[in-house]
Design a protein around this ligand. Structure first.
Ligand code: GDG
Length: 455
């Protein structure tokens, strides 16, 4: 493979942003190929000037500022108040307007025009996520006819839901300008392909090949992984052990049920809190013996729906603690702040149960991190939503419907009571999958297909 040219909303130009799995995976491919990474600088300005170029270890970052209008129309509105809710099946929360799509398209075009002059024969472009669904089209219009891969980190909805987007046809046609389209799960891939088959007479030729709009593209599932071994090491680091002993003081011998999610309505937190209330209601044995801690760092707090969610969670947690709490016991704690990755690893390690119950999720990396952080001699139990992409790979865990709070409560109880032998047997299978299908496996699988497409 020649140079890899990455495009994503935020880049890892700042070395501290290279801590997460995805940033590491992309970064490694760029250092190996002397590549480039394009995206937003994170700054909002009155007037956009020349993009800033930052060079680090042979990788060139090219980042642009956004105007206030771009940041609002492209990022806050169309990407996060239209695409995000619709792709997570929350059409009710989408704010369809007249002008935001134009700004979204204009930002895709502006960044494409920033990239094209840098592209050389032999390069491969790799575009990330829902911010740039139109990027393939604009790169082609700019004159680039080489390979372009695209990876969607969030779900792709069923055809009927996708069609709620007034611009669905324009988006779908633009997506078909990518050479390789990557989805998190088979179900996302199948939603996309079904839409094309039903509405545009696409032919699913097998092995990921689709012919549509007079060309052949490849659409496959590439379930994203984590830096599995590195996460296992983080869970026994000094920082992890300190965090574990701090929460241990709070628990005072009680069992820990843990949740870790960005505070987002897709993560099913109100439904999860309801289930926790039912756990204490239906299984009195757990009262005073189990503490639930939810880590929920706020995200996108400028978007109204996120402020509403915060209020809802405050109310629910208050009610549950009021109903069930006691002088020496807080049943449900929710901490609206973030922790260091190693501290999280330490919390996962001492948790008896991890609740990963999104209403929809592209993959959900927390599920995989929890698996890797377990003590092999005494592993905890993962409860996973059937609507997380991870459920396709981690079917050996306890899978739940997050809307069914009675059943979720019952499953938490089952997990708390699960005998050691069963916990070990399940965990070993999960661990094997997470280790084998890690972030390097994911990157290689995607880049191999992108490479094959160029032969
Ligand atoms: C999108 C898709 C897809 C959470 N709290 C803290 C913290 N985190 C870390 C977790 C995990 C990451 O954030 C969250 O990843 P998820 O996969 O769970 O969810 P999204 O943020 O919605 O990610 C998702 C993913 O992209 C990758 O393709 O799986 O479906 O929605 O790594 O550990 N990290 C730190 N402090 C926290 O308090 N340091």
């Amino acid at each position: 493979m020649g140079r890899l040219i990455a495009i994503s909303n935020r880049t890892a130009a700042d070395a501290s942003a290279r801590a997460g799995g995805l940033a590491v995976a992309v970064w490694e491919s760029l250092t190996a190929t002397g590549g480039m990474w394009f995206g937003w600088s994170g700054n909002i300005v009155d007037e956009v000037g020349e993009p800033e170029v930052i060079k680090d270890e042979g990788v060139e970052f090219v980042v642009t500022d956004f105007t206030e209008d771009e940041h609002d129309g492209f990022y806050l509105q169309y990407a996060n108040r239209v695409i995000w809710p619709v792709f997570h099946y929350r059409v009710d929360l989408a704010h369809f307007g007249n002008t935001e799509f134009a700004t979204y398209a204009a930002v895709n075009e502006r960044i494409a025009n920033m990239v094209v002059p840098h592209l050389k024969e032999g390069d491969s472009v790799w575009v990330h996520d829902y911010h740039f669904l139109l990027m393939g089209d604009y790169l082609r219009k700019g004159g680039w006819d080489g390979p372009i891969g695209f990876f969607l980190h969030i779900p792709f909805p069923s055809p009927e839901v996708f069609m709620a987007l007034p611009e669905h046809e324009q988006i779908a046609r633009a997506m078909c300008e990518f050479s390789v389209l990557g989805f998190q799960s088979e179900s996302d891939r199948s939603n996309f392909v079904q839409y094309l088959v039903r509405h545009y007479d696409a032919v699913d030729e097998g092995d990921g090949w689709i012919s549509v709009f007079g060309r052949r593209i490849r659409a496959n599932a590439y379930p994203i992984g984590i830096e599995a071994e590195a996460f296992a090491e983080a869970s026994v680091s000094q920082r992890a052990m300190t965090a574990a002993s701090r929460i241990g003081r709070f628990l005072g011998g009680r069992q820990l049920v843990l949740g870790v999610d960005r505070m987002d309505y897709s993560k099913g937190l109100p439904q999860r809190f309801e289930a926790v209330g039912k756990l204490f209601d239906h299984f009195p044995k757990t009262r005073g013996k189990v503490s639930v801690t939810q880590i929920a760092p706020p995200s996108r707090s400028k978007v109204e729906e996120y402020r509403d969610l915060r209020i809802q969670l405050d109310e629910l947690a208050g009610r549950i603690n009021g109903d069930y709490g006691d002088l020496d016991w807080i049943p449900l704690r929710y901490l609206a702040r973030s922790y260091d990755r190693r501290e999280l690893a330490g919390l996962y390690r001492i948790a008896s149960v991890c609740l990963v119950t999104p209403l929809r999720d592209g993959m959900n990396l927390v599920a995989k991190e929890f698996v890797m952080a377990q003590d092999p001699e005494n592993p905890g139990v993962l409860i996973l939503s059937q609507f997380a992409g991870a459920a396709e790979q981690l079917s050996d865990t306890l899978i739940v419907n997050p809307h069914d709070s009675d059943k979720v409560a019952e499953t938490i109880y089952q997990a708390l009571e699960m005998p050691l032998e069963e916990r070990k047997a399940r965990w070993e299978k999960l661990r094997k999958t997470v280790v084998e299908q890690d972030i390097s496996w994911w990157r290689q699988k995607f880049l191999d297909d992108l490479d094959a497409k160029t032969d």
